[in-house]
Design a protein. Structure first.
Length: 283
């Protein structure tokens, strides 16, 4: 059996993501009436699409087989987060009158409880990661009036130069390029990490076959994942991208927003960028 991280393939990373997701049994307080309304609309919409395109029996069976494959490869977290999560994120942002920093999708590779790092720190990385251009990322976590939030937490996680996330590919230290940065008494931080590269989602499994089937591409623009939290404030899960970078205009996961583009400046050997986070009060 392929479990966890013994394989740098769609199968390996998919199963690792599925195993991580399954650790917590999730629930929602959806009423029977609401479930009924959603079920009717969902099945109705699928039926309408099937009628519109006169889906054949062969196509129906291919879908059935593909869904079985997605499950066996552990790729439901990947497929859902790439193709559906951006709508869910948008819906739940628009439900509130938020004015703080925009969120974006979490994706399949978040891991809670990354080790804490001081406000001015270097991300855990291997010597081979240090071959990439260093990125110095600094700023401040504030409330929406610009007051610093002392000791705010920034969880940061991103892929290495080869496009692998620790805990989802083999032979990477557990917390490589993952950390919980504790901002200083003014909410400020300065983090040294590496400039991430454009990212190809695992494409040698059923999610990749799906993309190939409609003539798409499996690329996401280079990105940093962040979760910013402070007691009493709305937590922000977001991603930051790089202005002018490849795939910004056609992210396979449709998760880029203009407010989330970084524009680093070259200073000596480093790329340096300021980006601050404004947190809404919890409602
Ligand atoms: C990723 O790294 C990611 O951020 C998303 C959204 C989906 C797959 C892989
Ligand atoms: Fe990612």
């Amino acid at each position: 059996m392929t479990t966890g991280t013994d394989n740098p393939t769609a199968h390996g990373s998919g199963n690792a993501a599925t195993d991580k997701f399954k650790k917590n049994r999730v629930s929602a307080d959806t009423s029977r009436e609401r479930a009924n309304a959603i079920y009717k609309d969902l099945l109705g919409a699928i039926g309408d699409v099937a009628r519109k395109h006169e889906v054949t029996y062969d196509e129906y069976r291919v879908v059935k087989q593909w869904m079985i494959d997605v499950g066996e490869y552990g790729e439901w977290p990947l497929w859902l987060d790439v193709f559906l999560e951006h709508d869910i994120e948008e819906i739940n942002y628009n439900r509130h009158a938020y004015t703080g920093t925009k969120g974006s999708i979490e994706g399949p590779y978040y891991v809670p409880d990354a080790p804490e790092l001081p406000s001015h720190c270097e991300m855990p990385m291997r010597d081979k990661d240090k071959a990439a251009t260093p990125l110095i990322f600094r700023g401040q976590v504030t409330d929406i009036d610009g007051n610093g939030l002392a000791g705010a937490h920034l969880e940061l996680w991103h892929a290495d130069e080869d496009g692998y996330y620790s805990q989802f590919a083999p032979d990477i230290p557990e917390w490589n390029l993952r950390g919980t940065i504790v901002a200083d008494e003014e909410g400020r931080y300065e983090i040294k990490t590496l400039q991430p590269a454009p990212y190809m989602i695992p494409h040698d499994g059923p999610t990749g076959w799906f993309v190939e089937s409609y003539g798409g591409h499996p690329w996401r623009p280079a990105h940093l994942h962040l979760r910013v939290t402070h007691p009493g404030y709305r937590e922000i899960t977001t991603q930051l991208y790089f202005k002018g970078g490849k795939w910004i205009e056609n992210d396979v996961a449709t998760a880029v927003k203009p407010e989330l583009l970084l524009d680093p400046k070259t200073e000596g050997d480093n790329n340096v960028v300021d980006y601050s986070f404004a947190l809404d009060k919890e409602d």
